[in-house]
Design a protein around this ligand. Structure first.
Ligand SMILES: *Cc1c(COP(=O)(O)O)cnc(C)c1O
Length: 394
């Protein structure tokens, strides 16, 4: 896939959405202000009544720093508009609340972030909004579980932690036939490796805390799509007070300017680490989109431009032996989260999938001896040496 916009992704990452202020600051400045003043009542009414774009009140998102990073993210995902949020979960919650009503239904495909699982499985049912969860190996059952009241089909691709790939166009065809929207969490792939909107998805969500922020120093979220679908979400965002902070928006824009360089380097390094693990005698399975075979390879070739920085591997080891391997690593830090410049490792049974019953984990291919790696910007040789040392029997 090539970008449909005229300029390349790196150029757009640097320049899209930027405004030059009267002082000549090279990027959009940080406006921390909560409110903005007008020359006249008529000018104020033009903005309040939507006749003119303008700055008004930061919780509404009418702040130049926030609008600038939103314009950049919309451009990179190939969407009409973007909304910035205080976190990825804030973006998800507002999207579900805006596009479902009591008595309506959501379908969630494959493994999803733990917070998403709780929101759909525990919080929304309190409002009478129910979710049917399909495991990755049950995706063919999608047409059977869509009902007249299904409003949203939600999934991550690649998903966490098994890196399953889902066919965005095929799923969207089924969702649309049932009158539902497709919402894709594109956190793992980033707009560098995949643009779900180009494959028919209606809305794209990001935990900007991960690759978009890229330095493990901010918490934010984003939703991208057509203005018509974002308007009701923006109202929930405003009244739930979920706005991205202006300071965070500025830091996020700083990060996104280097997103393609970072993610392409992470693609290369993760591919090298995946290739190393795939031949290691203590590794029984490697999950990495760049190593996909069969149907998954077909999906990869159609909708992805790179394998990303995330991979998981199943060791030929017990849970305790796996923990010992993790504990021997020196460069990979033991931490949840992902997408930063530093490499991280987790054992999903101790973190992201700790709460899931053992038989459910088994059905989902999440072995006790699974490790999940977020590959950073270190040299591939050093990361491979660290893994070699940690995997050595002793
Ligand atoms: C982290 C994460 C989220 C939640 O994002 P926050 O910014 O922590 O709220 C959602 N989806 C995926 C895939 C994530 O990795």
């Amino acid at each position: 896939m090539t970008d449909t916009n005229e300029q390349g992704l790196s150029t757009r990452s640097v320049h899209a959405g930027e405004t030059r202020d009267p002082q000549g600051a090279i990027h959009t400045p940080l406006y921390t202000h909560s409110t903005f003043a007008f020359d006249s009542t008529a000018d104020l009414l033009d903005v309040v009544e939507g006749r003119k774009p303008g700055n008004l009140y930061t919780r509404y998102g009418l702040n130049p720093t926030i609008r600038s990073v939103e314009a950049k993210l919309a451009d990179l995902e190939g969407g009409e508009q973007a909304l910035g949020f205080s976190s990825g979960m804030a973006a998800e919650a507002a999207t579900f609340l805006a596009h479902t009503r009591t008595g309506e239904h959501i379908v969630c495909i494959g493994d999803v972030y733990g917070g998403t699982f709780e929101l759909l499985g525990d919080n929304l049912p309190q409002l009478g909004i129910t979710t049917t969860f399909l495991r990755a190996d049950e995706v063919d059952r999608l047409p059977d579980v869509l009902t007249a009241s299904t409003r949203i089909v939600f999934f991550e691709t690649p998903s966490n932690p098994t890196l399953d790939l889902f066919d965005i166009a095929a799923i969207t065809t089924h969702a649309h036939a049932a009158g539902a929207l497709t919402v894709v969490d594109n956190t793992f792939a980033t707009p560098v490796n995949q643009n779900p909107l180009h494959h028919g998805a209606d809305l794209v969500i990001h935990s900007a805390t991960k690759y978009l922020g890229g330095h493990s120093d901010l918490t934010a979220g984003a939703l991208i799509g057509p203005a018509e679908l974002l308007a009701p979400v923006a109202m929930w965002r405003k009244n739930l007070g979920q706005m991205i902070a202006a300071e965070t928006a500025s830091l996020l824009a700083r990060s996104v300017r280097s997103l393609p360089v970072r993610v392409r380097a992470q693609n290369d390094t993760a591919a090298a680490v995946a290739a190393f693990l795939a031949t290691h005698p203590r590794v029984s399975r490697v999950n990495y989109p760049g190593l996909a075979t069969g149907d998954a390879k077909q999906i990869y070739d159609t909708q992805m431009r790179g394998g990303g920085g995330m991979l998981s591997a199943v060791l030929d080891a017990t849970a305790d032996e796996t923990a010992a391997v993790v504990d021997r690593l020196r460069l990979f830090a033991i931490a949840p989260s992902l997408g930063g410049v530093e490499s991280l490792i987790t054992q999903p049974i101790t973190t992201t999938h700790h709460g899931l019953a053992p038989d459910e984990r088994a059905k989902r291919g999440i072995a006790d001896s699974m490790i999940r790696l977020s590959v950073g910007l270190e040299d591939a040789d050093d990361l491979i040496q660290d893994l070699t040392h940690a995997l050595a029997d002793n």
